[in-house]
Design a protein around this ligand. Structure first.
Ligand code: NOJ
Length: 565
């Protein structure tokens, strides 16, 4: 089916299912073992068949790939690894013809150190206009050989690197909240602001439907760059510590001087206007690790962004009471500013939920898992919970984000050999944190082909686990009970019953392990416990596990046609 019409002026993003494509690992058309844009174009019909509304493409811009493309050296071109601007045009046209919108990533907190702007800043020296575009400072101590403050990089180690002057003597330091190769811009610079307006317009002129904004809570730093020691329990990307210190309420979390500074909002108000000048509904989606959700909601006030990833939901364990509470909190927090809630369970930075939901260890999320991790997840339990969790998520009102491969039930790749790893986290922590390679392994399309059909050749930039043959798309397509069919069915029903624009009316009485609610004409029952529960009256529309009569097993979700009294 081609030629689906995209309607404009409908605020499509409020109810959309947005599928994240990680270009390195989706499909490789030129056989070099690295995914590319032509590969993506060739597989779009399968995404239409899945029933998604939009794709979000992680960065495919010119980049030395030291952080897998989140280190951009030209914001307005395609890296030869992935193709050309013409390949992008083809991809976008193909997607639009199939009724799929296209969101691209924008990385405004930092560039690559290879970017011409940073190279010019190094060459121009201290005090120059070029240096004022990045965050350069003199070092402390007699010879300036101590870093300007104590900040640590999200990937481990110091957040500062010292430069060397052209005559070979040690020079100023520059800030990088991430890898050394990712210098932070100074957003006090009007020049920087103007460059990014131009980048937005460059892609808007090419017809993109929106942007996912990387580190959208990080661009402004507190004046004076004061020292800061994060709480041990806090997430490395920000957010409140899991256990708040005495006297600090969730409404006034400890804010790092580099996260969630008020000044970022002015930037998004400005960007909102840039997008609004274009026809159609263009969207800004924030990657802002801000806790609690009432604070994160500031990013999606009516004149700022449109959506923010709901990381609080992603981080919620498979526990009925906690799920119910985060769903309430999300709908209230985003609803208070007139924005839809989003829901997300996986992305390219976290352990895939088909493994994460069965982890028994503590504090592993975000740090990756590998062969020597204590408490490795049970694959069968993980898959069962993931299917149940996805079925619950896709029933919720608002917009849902899917990460490529979750529709196949892919687990985290745990057995990657050390020499294959590429995540800077692995290197910067000397192998102490596995990082994110395990969720970035190229996905399997055909079980019997070399590289499982990921590539037209036999290579894959990260090795694919042999067991993935059985999870390949062609092994699941049309197979009743497969995870792929479960997703397709859920997406169909979600549309048919307008669940995404519905409401949540809780139903009590199923016991402490069950999340049950009514959304319009559908009743949803998710059982997070081990004991089975009796389903209420109503035809079963969908079940993540086989039912025995009208009994829902543990770790399973069912949707029923609600019976009205
Ligand atoms: C968040 C991105 O999702 C992650 O992959 C990247 O490493 C950091 N931002 C730095 O850009």
């Amino acid at each position: 089916m081609t030629g689906t019409k995209l309607t404009s002026g409908t605020e499509w993003w409020r109810t959309a299912v947005i599928y994240q494509i990680y270009p390195r690992s989706f499909a490789d058309a030129n056989g070099d073992g690295m995914g590319d844009l032509a590969g993506i174009s060739s597989r779009l019909p399968q995404l239409q068949e899945l029933g998604i509304d939009a794709i979000w493409l992680s960065p495919f811009y010119t980049s030395p790939q030291r952080d897998a493309g989140y280190d951009v050296s030209d914001y307005c071109d395609v890296d030869p690894l992935f193709g050309t601007l013409d390949d992008f045009e083809v991809l976008q046209r193909t997607a639009h013809d199939l009724g799929i919108r296209v969101i691209v990533d924008i990385v405004p907190n930092h560039s690559s150190s290879d970017h011409g702007w940073f190279q010019a800043a190094l060459a121009a020296g201290p005090g120059s206009a070029e240096r004022a575009r990045y965050t350069f400072r003199d070092g402390k101590g007699e010879n300036g050989d101590l870093p300007p403050n104590n900040w640590e990089s999200v990937f481990g180690g110091l957040a500062w690197t010292r430069t060397t002057d052209p005559d070979g003597t040690p020079g100023q330091w520059y800030l990088h909240l991430f890898d050394t190769s990712q210098p932070d811009f100074d957003w006090d610079s009007e020049w920087v602001r103007e460059q990014f307006r131009a980048v937005l317009r460059f892609w808007l002129d090419r017809g993109v439907d929106g942007f996912r904004v990387d580190v959208a809570h990080g661009m402004i730093k507190a004046p004076g760059l004061p020292d800061y020691t994060p709480p041990a329990e806090g997430g490395s990307m920000g957010g409140a510590p899991a256990t708040l210190e005495p006297g600090i309420s969730a409404e006034s979390p400890v804010t790092a001087p580099y996260w969630a500074q008020d000044g970022v909002h002015e930037i998004y108000r400005d960007w909102h206007k840039v997008l609004a000048a274009y026809p159609g509904d263009r969207v800004l989606a924030a990657e802002a690790w801000v806790d609690p959700l009432s604070q994160m909601a500031k990013w999606v006030r009516p004149d700022e962004m449109h959506q923010a990833f709901n990381f609080a939901y992603l981080e919620t364990p498979w526990n009925a009471a906690k799920l119910r509470s985060v769903i309430d909190e999300s709908i209230e927090a985003f609803g208070n500013v007139g924005a839809p809630s989003t829901w997300v369970l996986s992305n390219h930075d976290v352990v895939r939920h088909a493994s994460r939901l069965a982890l028994t260890g503590e504090n592993l999320q975000g740090h990756g898992i590998g062969p020597k991790t204590v408490g490795l997840p049970d694959t069968a339990v993980g898959l069962q919970r993931a299917r149940a969790a996805s079925a619950l998520m896709l029933s919720l009102p608002g917009s849902s984000y899917l990460y490529q491969g979750e529709e196949l039930g892919l687990p985290e790749a745990v057995d990657l050999p050390d020499h294959a790893r590429e995540d800077p986290t692995w290197f910067r922590t000397n192998g102490e944190r596995y990082g994110r390679d395990g969720c970035r392994v190229p996905i399997p399309w055909e079980g019997a082909s070399a590289s499982f059909g990921f590539s037209t050749g036999a290579k894959s930039w990260l090795p694919q686990p042999a067991e993935w043959a059985g999870l390949a798309r062609d092994q699941q397509n049309g197979v009743a009970g497969s995870t792929l069919e479960l997703y397709k069915h859920a997406l169909n029903l979600r549309r048919e019953h307008s669940l995404a624009s519905g409401t949540v009316e809780w139903i009590d009485g199923f016991g402490p392990d069950v999340v049950a609610y009514r959304n319009g004409a559908v009743t949803i029952v998710a059982n997070t416990g081990a004991a089975s529960v009796q389903l209420p009256a109503g035809d079963v529309l969908l079940a993540s596990e086989d039912l025995v009569g009208r009994t829902l097993p543990g770790d399973a979700t069912a949707w029923l046609r609600a019976v009205t009294a």
